[in-house]
Design a protein around this ligand. Structure first.
Ligand code: SF4
Length: 439
């Protein structure tokens, strides 16, 4: 039996899929549009909402038809949280962790049987609950001109319960044992390593893991960390989630960071490194009950950072993502405003309204209405969304419309959704789009 694998994005290797294949003792070949129909089973990994559009494009070009060979099985985070939509595109959806399941499924197919597993769904009836399994020590080596990186999962799920985050809502927190992680580190070739988890510094063996990476001379590539754990990072770069622009909104979503706490932790980190530090900080726009006062609070935070001596050694990259309400989260039904202009006030803030902050800023753009509508269609459209996605022109599946057209196209997409029975209230959460914010 020939097994094909398909995933999207820049990575040459998809960790979760490689883990499942290794546990199943199987090998799969990466397919192209020209070769996809030549395999018996095609495993498709879908990580985020854009993968749904990428797969639709691939499917058309490859001539894949649901119900005809090859048997297509989709898995991954996006397949798990939006199975009804994805079941319209593939033969089976696997919900949850397939590490201990893929072997059984492939064995059944190979022996001419219909595969069965509690996490596997053929689109009939209600989808099952996501299957969970304990993570285990496993490493993959990515190749590249830069020498490649060894990736090792150290935990899945998260001990924290941030209201917007599907990583904690979907599965319980589970760790790979410290000994198993260290065994993988010792087997890794010299160079770069990424020991990853939703919040890796909370691993009960993190001090030992970090110490072992240092002892082995491995360069720790991961820089995601919770604000309160920044000092546990080995390098001078960090990526943190501040999320709410104000204390009030942070409290509402379960990230109770006061302004002073943020200033103290950033200052501590930069001062301890005694070198220029790069900190990327993620913020969320369009949180429920957001007002202009919340954005004013963020401006005040920037002013306090500017006043602090340590910020002279800071390169700050604030990133703003409008809320993407995900199933399995407390904000799944939040009202959203995809037509609000967040980019203009955001760039004004980063540029200090034509002035310059006393610390270096790296600018980032903000997802606009077109991307937000694509996101909402996937997360809130259910099975009916496929009636619309299936009709989108090829050009819109693979690339963005021109910037000047995006607002009009997003509105057109919303109209199309209404015509297909996906009411505006269902996609936007009962909202009426409001004018641009002024900050
Ligand atoms: S946002 Fe981070 S800390 Fe919060 S639940 Fe998600 S992974 Fe955990």
């Amino acid at each position: 039996m020939t097994i094909g694998k398909l995933y999207f994005g820049k990575d040459a290797i998809q960790y979760g899929l490689e883990l499942c294949l290794a546990r199943a003792g199987r090998q799969a070949y990466r397919v192209t549009e020209a070769t996809a129909r030549a395999v018996d089973v095609l495993l498709v990994s879908m990580f985020w909402y854009l993968d749904v559009y990428a797969y639709e494009r691939f499917k058309r070009r490859a001539g894949l038809v649901k119900g005809k060979p090859p048997i297509v099985i989709a898995g991954g985070m996006q397949a798990t949280i939006t199975p009804a939509l994805i079941s319209k595109m593939v033969d089976f959806v696997f919900l949850g962790d397939a590490d201990d399941a893929l072997g059984t499924i492939l064995h059944a197919i190979e022996h001419g049987q219909c595969p069965e597993h509690p996490g596997l769904w053929d689109g009939e009836g209600e989808p099952p609950a996501p299957h969970g399994c304990e993570p285990s020590g496993f490493a993959v080596q990515t190749q590249g001109d830069d020498g490649g990186t060894t990736r090792i999962e150290i935990a899945r799920g998260c001990k924290f319960k941030c209201a917007f985050c599907v990583l904690s809502g979907l599965k319980p927190y589970r760790e790979v044992s410290t000994d198993a992680v260290i065994e993988q580190l010792r087997a890794a070739p010299p160079g770069r390593v990424s020991a990853f988890a939703p919040e890796r510094t909370c691993h009960s063996g993190w001090p030992k893991i970090a110490e072992e990476m240092q002892r082995l001379g491995l360069h720790d590539l991961s820089q995601d960390v919770r604000l309160e754990n920044m000092l546990k990072l080995l390098g001078t770069s960090a990526t943190i989630g501040i999320e709410g622009p104000s204390e009030r909104l942070r409290k509402a979503i379960g990230k109770r960071f006061s302004d002073q706490f943020i200033l103290d932790r950033l200052g501590e980190f930069v001062t301890s490194k005694k070198r220029v530090c790069m900190i990327a900080a993620y913020f969320i726009a369009d949180l429920p009950s957001e007002t202009n006062e919340d954005w004013e609070a963020l401006r005040l935070l920037f002013e306090k950072m500017e006043a602090a001596e340590w910020s002279r050694w800071l390169v700050f990259k604030p990133v703003l993502n409008p809320l993407s309400p995900k199933p399995y989260t407390r904000l799944a039904d939040a009202t959203v405003h995809p037509f609000r202009d967040y980019e203009t006030p955001w760039l004004n803030l980063l540029r200090k309204d034509g002035g310059q902050w006393g610390f270096r800023i790296v600018e980032s753009l903000v997802w606009g209405p077109w991307r937000r509508m694509l996101d909402l269609l996937v997360h809130r459209g259910g099975a009916e969304a496929y009636g619309i996605i299936h009709k989108l022109p090829d050009a819109l599946l693979g690339s963005m419309p021109k910037k000047t057209r995006r607002m009009a196209m997003a509105r057109q997409l919303l109209d199309e959704c209404s015509k297909h029975g996906l009411a505006e209230d269902r996609l936007l959460g009962g909202s009426t789009p409001t004018p641009a914010l002024q900050t």
